[in-house]
Structure formats: structure tokens, C-alpha cells
Design a protein around this ligand. Structure first.
Ligand SMILES: *Cc1c(COP(=O)(O)O)cnc(C)c1O
Length: 825
């Protein structure tokens, strides 16, 4: 049976019968989540989505009721106080416990809750040979837990990271006898569910640790407390505190409900509360204190004592509506768990069985089990895709293609370095080397030395549907599988049988490592030779484009002056929305319909668009005009830039065209923003205009023709001519090259009499899908580029000019000869 027949709702129902909540899931989407239509949202582990009825009911509530500050005692504040008490009760009920057993302390989120627990924990320092407290944590923890180390490491507390295997191995040890003498408190932290892999750790560990049966089996004496990080687990699963009396449970509410954000809680077991040491006492936390003498008596009520200042009371009130909507739509967490696990399991089965035409698997799955039970696995899949030669495709490439399909996934290390290292087989030394190679958490450097620095995570939420799985799987098959698409049927049957045996290991790190070693050997023999046939005379500059307004239409010129920041007036202006945020074609493709022209002789920038009157803005703002052009601050690619507003007429013109309040702004002439240094080759940080990356972008006509050919050979896609393709790549220079992509191997080049350094390759995204004539979007040419370059989506190179004496500004003209210099090998 072929892949597309396998990937159907009937097949899904054969392996998992729980789907939806009685009502057709599509109807729920139609009613409550119209805003996600057309989007495949698979990042619920980062935040899930709120239903419309939740925010509507909440708005009605706070519009009609008078809620005062809960610390006052007037009628409006009593209403707030009582509503909040009800919410606390509801939270405890949700986790099947009561105010007699647990207290709810509101925080700004899970991280803040963890930090609070660590700050008030009564750590004992080691004094001479009297043992101190231990801080013990699973390596598969979120950064927010590992960060406790910053509080303990300088206090004589023993820090003990333990791997999941260590804990497993100790799980069968016998209970230690009660330790009545030693009261030294120790803290063990583990996630109820890994936010990386979705692995659920046994809740029974809580009692095991408290009874000193588990790691580190406490040769060290004292009392063990458990912090159970439930942030990831509770988003799609029930948590019953009767089964696991953890002492501290931090959570974030947006992960369960999508709304409100900025609100979390620390659930504290009342038994453990007495020993906690509050040091700071802020608004509302004291029963009594003196301002002139060191006298402070803490509030008797635990919540009052630990909530410094006024809590976010309107958000807490929103929680009532969050609970109401969640239960109304789904019937509760048990149902959500069944529904989301089914989707994850199905996706896992197909993705892990998907093969290239040559039989090689398509995905390397990072999971501990086989998705056989919702008791051990949550609705999260983590993986890297592999090409037909067995090499890993960097997560950024996957991310970029997914955006093209409007599929939203998460990539990187997920704030969980421990899990990332263990699954991907990255040593501590390699982690440090990756940083030296310029890789930081959350960036797009997905491979260092042919090894992945992170992976791809797909996660489901209660409103996810089968359609999401199907679209995601079809996307992988379409973009990353060497045809014909094949399926390992034997594997599917094995997984279906869902045998409890977990013998088969999915993490085959050794095999991948082997490939990496081979690759390294090749590279040590030197860079592949560059073929530069017929160097002189073959290369000419055929087109010059400037883009006066960032992200708007091109202005083609024949001959143009070069200024300190690149071609004169290239990206000197940009359009910002009502909140002052820069607009780009990613979100507003109609920007390409604006066709600006620069007239040097009359000092004018003309704004043109069809069916609009042309208006003019001065190129240079003269001193006497400054008052009418107020200074503003903006950001371009994370850099602060100083800009000037270009006035109400331009703003009205743009707002009219784009149908939202916008303004035109210009980079301040006396402001310099410099290129970020990426490598040693970048000549001392050249100044930039409002471009994203570099002064110039060059593309090669030979590469365009090649992509054109690849596109034409693929069916179902609109025929685009080469000029259309050229315009989508939005370059400054088009050259007539010889070989496609040969410019990737150049280190320098001379155009006319100006010398340039190649500062990097241009990584493409879905923006090249915008037809620059109409503003409509297509998946091409990114599809063909990715297919041809095996997942790599760079096209063209960035250039930086080298104007020796900066006074000698040059001029560039179409027809100039180009002299490329290949990289030294
Ligand atoms: C999300 C998450 C956190 C951090 O939550 P914040 O809301 O960012 O404070 C901590 N631990 C786990 C397991 C998580 O999934």
C-alpha cells in the first residue's frame, strides 16, 4: 500500500479509536478557532491556543463587574478576593487535591515558580564535616530547573546531576529506614514530562525519593523533598496529586489554556510549608512589621506570605473562564490525553516508518519508548530528518520549508540541553566548541562539523486534528523524501502490535556518528576543487537593482553611485505599522506593489503604485525641515536604528494602500549601524542601511536558469519565467555567470574597479514565494531550490565593498566586467 493511502483517517482509526470529544473536531475548529484556518499549528508545547469563547466570556466578565485591588477591603476588592479564592480552589480540584493538602501561590510563570521554590528552600551549607544539603536533578530538565544551580553552587550545597538511566537503575532498591535524627533538607527535581521528547517519568518516583529509596539512595542522611516540574505534562494530561505527593509543583497556565499568559503557580504541599524560609517581605506578605526596627512577622496564610505585591488579579479571574471553556469543549484532561496521544502516536508510526526510494529511513526519532502508552509518553515528537545518503538535514532547513507550507513547528534545543546532548550524542566539549563556532541557543546554525546542534519538535494540543498530522506527513514526504516514497511496513505492523517490549532502540546514534567521521575525513583532504573555466571576460554585470524602501518594489538602474553603506539609497527607508514595527513581505506581501523611484537630480523619492496618485518625499532632509521629521527608534533584525518619520502625507498614502495605519521612516543620515561580525573574514564591521544582512546581494543568472529548469520538470506548478524568478530573489546585482552556484565558492570579486568581499551565502525563506508583480504567494521556487540542493536553500551571496580611501566613492554600471577569486583551499 502506498504512503498516501496509509495516511488516512480510516487507517488512523484502525490504530487509535479515541478521536475528538464526541463532536466532530472540525466543527469545534469552525466555532472556536477560526484564526488557525489554513495553518497547521504544531507547537503546542510552546504554547497552546485559546478558544474564542474563553476571551469573549472573559471580556464580558471584566466589562460588567467591578474588580478592585484584592488587598483593599471595600466591596469591589472583596469581589476580586473571593473570585480569586474560588480560582485557587478550582486549580486544586483540577489536580484532585484540596486546600488542606496543598496551597496555590501565584507567580508570573513556571520559571518564576521554580525560582521561588529554590529561593525559599532552607538549604544547609556544609560546615566542616557536617554534610550540607544536596540539590539533585535529572539531566532531562528544562533550563529553568538547572538554573537553580546558580543559587546553590556558592552556598556549600552539593550539586548532583543524574541521568534518567541512573534513576531507572536505582528504582528497585529497598527503602531506607526512617532517619529521625538528621533533618538536613535535600531537593530532588525532575520533570513529570520531558519538554524535549515527551517522555513521561514515573510519578511513583516522588514517593520513592521522599522515602529515600531512589537516587542517590542517600548514603547522605536527611530529608528529601521533591520538586516535580509539571509544566509540560499538565498541558495535555491529568495530574492526580493523590498519586504523587510532590512537595513543589510549578506550572504555567498558558501551556494548558493558551490564555492568560504571564501567570503560573507554585503548588506547595502544606506539610513542607513550615520549613520554607521567606527572606524578602513585600506588600501584603507580612502580618506585621516595623519600618524603623528589624521586626517582621510573616503572614499566616501561605499564599499571602509568598505572593509579593499585588498579583495579576484580572488574569487570575480569567482562569475561571479558561477552566470553564476547556471542560466544556473537551470534558477534561483524560479525554485530552487520549485525543492528543492518538495523534502523536499515529504521526510517530508513519514518520518513523517513512523511507526514501532507496530504503533509507527519513527520520531519526529521539524518543525513549515506542509510543505504546499515554502513561509513558506525551503528545510530543522530536526528530531530525535524514537525506537518502544518511546525512542529517539541518533543522533550519526543515523550519524554513515548513513555513512555506504554513506548518508551525519548533526547532533547536528547546531549553533542554541535557536531553539534546543525550539524544544527539553531543559531548560537553562539542557544546563548548559549538559556542566557539558562533552557535548560540535559538539561532539558525543547525550544523557544526556535520553534526546537528538541535532538532525538530512537533507537539499537539487539544484542538489538533487528524488533518494536522496528515498535512505534516505529506509535507515531509513531498519535500524531504527521495522518490518513490517508501514505507517500512514491517515496522508499522510491529508498532501496531504495540508490544510492551521496548527492546527495539530507535536512537541509532552510532550509525549517524559513523557517517560524521567519514565526512570529516573527506574534509581533511581539503576543500573540493573549484572549477573556474575561462576566468577572464566571461563574467559581466547584467542588472543593478536598488530597493529604496525595505521590502517594497525594486528600482532598476543602469549606472548607480556607491555610498558608504552600499548602493546609494538602497533600503534607506522602511514602512512601519501602527506600533512602530517594521513591515516585511513575510507578513504583508502587498508591499511589493509599491514601486519607489529615486530621482537624484530633483532630490525626490517618488511613491508609486497602480491606482494611486504618485507622491514625493525629499531624499535628503535639510536642517530647516528637521522639526517636521521627528526622530524615532526602530529595530531591524534585532539592531536598534535611529530613524526619522517622513510625515503625514506619506503615512496616509501607505495606510490607504495597505489598509492599516502605517508610516514611512528614513534612516537618520548621521546614524551608523554595523554589520554583525560572523567570521574573521568580515572586514571590520561595514556600515549598513536598513538591509537585514549585508551591503549587497549578488545572484547568478546561470543559477536562475537551472532553478527554472528544475521547476519546469516538476508538475503542478505554475510556469514562471526567468525574469519573474530573478525578481523574487531581490538581489542588487545579477551577473551572467558560467556555472550555476559557482559564486558560493568565491571569496572576493572585482566589479568594474570596486573590490568586494563575499561575506556569506544568502539563506532563503518563504519570501521568495511572493510574486513581485502581484503579491500572491507560491511554494516555488523554494521547493525546487530545496529539491535541487538537497534541502540546502541558499541562493546568491552577500558582498561587502572595500573602498580603500572612503572618499573615492565609485559608480557601478551594467556591462562591467567581473573578476572572481575563488576561495583558497
Ligand atoms: C515550558 C516549561 C518550563 C518553563 O515555563 P515558562 O512558562 O517559560 O516559565 C519549565 N519546564 C518545563 C518542563 C516546561 O515545559
Amino acid at each position: 500500500m502506498d504512503f498516501h493511502k496509509l495516511n488516512s483517517l480510516e487507517k488512523f482509526k484502525e490504530v487509535w479509536s479515541c478521536y475528538g470529544y464526541g463532536e466532530n473536531p472540525e466543527d469545534v475548529l469552525e466555532r472556536e478557532f477560526t484564526r488557525i484556518k489554513g495553518t497547521v499549528y504544531l507547537d503546542h508545547a510552546a504554547t497552546t491556543l485559546y478558544p474564542e469563547s474563553l476571551v469573549k466570556n472573559y471580556c464580558l466578565d471584566i466589562s460588567r463587574n467591578l474588580y478592585g485591588n484584592p488587598h483593599s477591603h471595600n466591596p469591589s476588592s472583596r469581589l476580586t478576593h473571593e473570585t480569586m479564592e474560588r480560582v485557587r480552589y478550582r486549580i486544586l480540584q483540577h489536580f484532585n487535591t484540596t486546600p488542606e493538602e496543598y496551597s496555590v501561590i501565584f507567580t508570573s510563570g513556571c520559571t518564576a515558580a521554580i525560582k521561588l521554590a529554590a529561593e525559599v528552600f532552607p538549604w544547609k551549607s556544609q560546615i566542616e564535616n557536617v554534610a550540607g544539603s544536596h540539590f539533585c536533578y535529572l539531566t532531562d530538565n528544562h533550563t529553568s530547573v538547572v538554573g537553580i544551580r546558580g543559587l546553590t553552587s556558592n552556598r556549600g550545597v552539593v550539586t548532583l546531576p543524574v541521568s534518567p538511566q541512573d534513576v531507572e537503575n536505582r528504582a528497585k532498591d529497598k527503602a531506607q529506614s526512617e532517619d529521625a535524627v538528621c533533618q538536613t533538607p535535600h531537593l530532588f527535581c525532575y520533570p513529570a514530562q520531558s519538554n524535549f521528547s515527551g517522555t513521561k517519568y514515573p510519578l511513583s518516583h516522588v514517593e520513592g525519593i521522599q522515602a529515600r529509596r531512589l537516587y542517590p539512595a542517600c548514603d547522605c542522611r536527611g530529608q528529601w523533598f521533591v520538586l516535580l516540574d509539571a509544566a509540560s505534562l499538565v498541558s495535555c494530561s491529568p495530574l492526580n496529586l493523590q498519586d504523587c505527593p510532590a512537595d513543589f509543583i510549578p506550572i504555567s497556565f498558558y501551556k494548558i489554556f493558551g490564555f492568560p499568559t504571564g501567570l503560573g503557580a507554585l503548588l506547595v504541599r502544606n506539610q513542607a510549608a513550615a520549613m520554607l524560609k521567606k527572606t524578602y517581605f513585600g506588600g501584603g506578605t507580612a502580618a506585621a512589621y516595623l519600618s524603623g526596627e528589624d521586626y517582621y512577622v510573616q503572614a499566616a496564610n501561605l499564599s499571602d506570605r509568598f505572593e509579593d505585591g499585588t498579583v495579576s488579579f484580572l488574569d487570575i479571574i480569567a482562569l475561571n473562564h479558561s477552566f470553564e471553556a476547556l471542560y466544556r469543549i473537551t470534558g477534561g484532561m483524560q479525554n485530552i490525553q487520549q485525543h492528543t496521544f492518538g495523534l502523536a502516536r499515529y504521526t510517530y508510526m508513519l514518520l518513523s516508518s517513512l523511507c526514501h526510494g532507496n530504503g533509507q529511513p527519513v527520520a531519526q526519532m529521539y524518543t525513549r519508548g515506542q509510543f505504546d502508552s499515554p502513561n509513558t509518553q506525551g503528545a510530543i515528537l522530536n526528530f531530525n530528518l535524514i537525506d537518502s545518503h544518511g546525512e542529517i538535514i539541518g533543522y533550519s532547513q526543515v523550519d524554513r520549508m515548513a513555513s512555506l507550507y504554513n506548518i508551525h513547528v519548533r526547532t533547536g534545543c528547546f531549553c533542554n540541553t541535557g536531553a539534546c546532548q543525550s539524544f544527539l550524542g553531543i559531548t560537553n566539549q562539542q557544546m563548548k566548541r559549538n559556542l566557539e563556532a558562533g552557535h548560540v541557543c535559538g539561532d539558525t546554525i543547525d550544523m557544526v562539523d556535520w553534526q546537528p546542534t538541535g532538532s525538530v519538535r512537533v507537539s499537539f494540543g487539544y484542538m489538533s486534528t487528524f488533518d494536522d498530522c496528515q498535512k505534516f506527513l505529506n509535507f515531509v514526504a513531498e519535500c524531504f523524501v527521495k522518490k518513490p516514497v517508501a514505507v517500512d511496513h514491517a515496522r508499522i505492523e510491529r508498532l501496531k502490535a504495540a508490544s510492551a517490549s521496548n527492546e527495539e532502540t530507535t536512537v541509532n546514534i552510532n550509525e549517524v556518528k559513523h557517517k560524521v567521521e567519514e565526512k570529516k575525513k573527506v574534509s581533511q583532504n581539503g576543500i573540493e576543487p573549484v572549477h573556474l573555466s575561462n576566468r577572464e571576460g566571461s563574467y559581466t554585470l547584467t542588472n543593478i537593482y536598488i530597493y529604496p524602501i525595505k521590502s517594497c518594489g525594486a528600482f532598476e538602474v543602469h549606472s548607480w553611485p556607491v555610498g558608504p553603506q552600499g548602493l546609494l539609497y538602497d533600503r534607506a527607508w522602511m514602512v512601519v505599522n501602527g506600533n512602530g514595527v517594521c513591515l516585511s513581505q513575510k507578513r504583508e506581501p502587498r508591499l511589493c506593489l509599491i514601486r519607489p523611484q529615486v530621482h537624484l537630480s530633483s532630490n525626490e523619492l517618488l511613491l508609486q503604485a497602480s491606482r494611486m496618485n504618485t507622491i514625493s518625499v525629499p531624499l535628503e532632509i535639510r536642517n530647516e525641515m528637521h522639526a517636521s521629521y521627528p526622530v524615532c527608534q526602530s529595530k531591524v533584525c534585532g539592531d536598534r536604528v535611529e530613524t526619522k518619520d517622513c510625515g503625514d502625507e506619506a503615512a496616509a498614502w501607505l495606510s490607504d494602500l495597505l489598509g492599516q495605519p502605517c508610516r514611512l521612516i528614513r534612516q537618520s543620515p548621521d546614524f551608523t549601524r554595523c554589520m554583525k561580525k560572523k567570521s574573521d573574514t568580515a572586514v571590520n564591521s561595514p556600515p549598513l542601511s536598513l538591509v537585514n544582512e549585508a551591503q549587497y546581494l549578488l545572484i547568478n543568472h546561470a543559477s536562475v536558469e537551472l532553478i527554472h529548469k528544475v521547476m519546469s520538470s516538476r508538475q503542478d506548478y505554475p510556469e514562471l519565467n526567468t525574469q519573474n524568478i530573478i525578481s523574487r530573489f531581490r538581489s542588487n546585482f545579477v551577473i551572467a555567470g558560467v556555472q550555476p552556484f559557482e559564486e558560493d565558492n568565491w571569496s572576493h570579486l572585482i566589479i568594474g574597479n570596486i573590490q568586494f568581499t563575499v561575506s556569506g551565502q544568502c539563506v532563503r525563506c518563504q519570501m521568495v514565494g511572493v510574486d513581485q508583480n502581484t503579491g500572491s504567494k507560491t511554494k516555488e521556487p523554494l521547493m525546487s531550490l530545496s529539491a535541487y540542493r538537497n534541502g540546502k536553500v541558499t541562493f546568491g551571496v552577500y558582498l561587502t565593498h572595500q573602498l580603500q580611501d572612503s572618499l573615492k566613492a565609485g559608480v557601478l554600471s551594467v556591462g562591467s566586467h567581473i573578476l572572481p577569486q575563488p576561495q583558497a583551499s
